[in-house]
Ligand binder design. Sequence first.
Ligand SMILES: Nc1nc2c(c(=O)[nH]1)N[C@H]1C(S)=C(S)[C@@H](COP(=O)(O)O)O[C@H]1N2
Ligand SMILES: [Mo]
Length: 482
Amino acid sequence: MRWGDWIWGAAAGGILGAVGLALRGLGVGWPLEGLFAQITYWLGVPATFNLIHKLFGFGDLAKNLAFIGTALLWLFIHPFLMAGLRRWFWAGLTMAFLFYGAFGGWLLGLSSEGWWAAAIYGLLLGTLAWAVRSKARRPAPPTNSARRESLKTLAVLSLGWGVWLSLRAQAQQAVRIIWSKIAGLSPEQTAQKDLYYVSKNVEFLDPRLQGPAYRLEIGGLVDKSLSLNLEEIKALPAVERVSVLTCISNEVGGPLIGNPKWRGVPLQTLLERAGVKSEARFLVWEAADRYIESIPIAEVPPEALLAYAIENPATGKLEDLESKHGYPTRLLLPGRYGMKQPKWLTKITLSANEVPGYWAQRGWSRDAIIRTMSRIDTPTDRAQLKAGEETWIAGVAYAGGRALEHVEVSTDGGKTWQRATLKPPQSKYAWQLWALRWKPAAGNYNLWVRAVEVGGKLQDPTPRDPLPDGATGYHRISVRVV
Ligand SMILES: Nc1nc2c(c(=O)[nH]1)N[C@H]1C(S)=C(S)[C@@H](COP(=O)(O)O)O[C@H]1N2
Ligand SMILES: [Mo]
């Protein structure tokens, strides 16, 4: 490596990094960002992350330092690309194409962004290298024939043409999934009328609370007990958040799960107003039907919500909770099963002791942490499909707030697995839609699905009944293609 390579390379890296930030808005992959995503992904095992969080805490600092580190790595890589281009121009250019394409999108599975990145960045760097090289070679070699120059120009032009052609082919081939058009797939956001219903009470004995008379008490180990009516609750700063509600008694592939957008007051806000005493270790909730639940304060996620409304996805308007879903308020504790989310909430007590919840007293899990699940919505079990016809295998997946890496589908009863397209989640605790294009030949098929958490952790394959900790095992259906 020469000094020139270091200087020109780092300069080129700086220029490309900056230009890329602008191009990013136009849908061109930003390889610097891809590099960052990939490095954090490669480091993304719990052990490294725990270490990083120990050193830098949980704020944005660790993330920001990682980004600065990536930018430095980016600057450090470019001199090598430049040196490659200087010595073996075409091999160097191929290297650059691969590098930009991979981190601009290929590695991340966003192919058209990657192609654009490869083409644009590769050409830019190639041009820069070319300019630097011809400048360095001031005394032009006397025998540098015009024929050789025009051959090179021809090669560059045909390369450009090839890239353009494959770009066009890519663009034409890329199927944009229109999720709402996949027949039989659950809507991403669940409407209140479609939300499942579970209660310990026979339905006609469920509480029917009246809004005006309603009060929520917050007491126990607090500085100041609160008693709020519905108007006061609705006047507090509110948030809206998509969050899964699912029952621990849901079987694999079952319907007891939904993903509404809720509106409510962060539990933290209420606790701050009341002032939690230092002896307090548990939150205990009581409801109008004498339902009771509790959780260690330390385990309450910041996303916990005192919810009072659900958005209607068809109109975008908020609806008060229906009586059967907890009117006037219920608690949302994302990441835990529905049993931890009392409806018709009347009282929150801060306590030094745990109180076993209604279902925990009956042998169900105490912590009720949601197990990773995935479900095939379409086709349905025992459906009959037409041979040679394109169709979708599609459904939902949720890992209780742990990030999903992908969802895999098997059409041969678990022998081989294919990656489905996974729609990004609407929030940390939202479920995700997934879909796979399928064109089967005649025969009988066993369709299985499984979710994979970030870090490669597979969904638990062991078939288990819901009691006591929630069902596990893969959702499996069979279809007949004729
Ligand atoms: N007060 C009260 N809250 C309750 C229950 C109950 O029986 N009483 N059932 C729980 C269970 S087991 C589930 S799965 C969810 C169901 O909420 P949903 O009917 O609104 O879907 O509510 C939870 N909250
Ligand atoms: Mo439940």
